[in-house]
Design a protein around this ligand. Structure first.
Ligand code: B4P
Length: 192
């Protein structure tokens, strides 16, 4: 079983590359951003609560996203593997994920971290905000708040997996195609 974490700051290409990876490697895609936006769209109590955080560029509380991921893992008992996109975003989430996977007698295979300079992240997200309708892409202040959250709360997740030799940086500022080639090279080594 191959379990990947696609890691990186907002706008680094996690969602974009996940789509390519699931097509090529038949992994189950678990994106906490997509799951939260679906809850917001349906106006569920969880979605209404999460929206308050997302609109400000803050992370949603750990227990909310950990619960969502736990349910999705249980719902896919026959999966060949998972790609975690946008999760874990805190060390507490990483520890919870490790425990959830251990219960299923599996573990994270590798964390692939997309490295993109900050000015390019801001440019991409503002550009997406022109058409996405996403409140968190709409203005530069919220985008900068998301990047600050990333440095304060998410970047330490890299150390958590580096300790186990499971963290790999990948250049993410090329084209979508060239970045996918670099990621594929890493994943091919795992599946071969
Ligand atoms: P996410 O949906 O995960 O948002 P993201 O990080 O902005 O998305 P992503 O990184 O996948 O976007 P991509 O680069 O592919 O989270 C949104 C919010 O939900 C968070 O801020 C937080 O509030 C909450 N949340 C989610 N998960 C959480 C968790 N685990 N814990 C707590 N809170 C959580 O795409 C960006 C743009 O760049 C696109 O327009 C794309 O087309 C473009 N792009 C991508 N690659 C490119 C390339 N190579 N060249 C040019 N443009 C490119």
């Amino acid at each position: 079983m191959v379990n990947l974490i696609l890691f990186g700051p907002p706008g680094s290409g996690k969602g974009t590359q996940s789509k390519n990876i699931i097509d090529k490697y038949q992994l189950i895609h678990l994106s906490t951003g997509d799951l939260l936006r679906a809850e917001i769209e349906k106006q569920t109590p969880l979605g209404l609560e999460a929206k308050k955080f997302i609109d400000q560029g803050s992370l949603v509380p750990d227990e909310v996203v950990i619960g969502m991921i736990g349910s999705k893992l249980d719902a896919n008992p026959d999966a060949k593997g998972f790609i975690f996109d946008g999760f874990p975003r805190t060390t507490a989430q990483a520890e919870a994920l490790d425990k959830l996977l251990a219960l299923k007698k599996t573990a994270i295979s590798i964390v692939l971290s997309l490295e993109v300079p900050e000015d390019e992240l801001i440019r991409r997200l503002l550009n997406r905000g022109l058409t996405s309708g996403r409140s968190d892409d709409a203005n530069e202040d919220v985008i900068k708040a998301r990047i600050v959250e990333y440095h304060n709360k998410t970047a330490p997740v890299a150390d958590h997996y580096a300790k186990f030799g499971k963290f790999k940086r990948v250049k993410g500022d090329g084209t979508v195609e060239s970045t996918f080639e670099l990621l594929s090279k890493e994943i091919d080594e795992l599946v071969s």
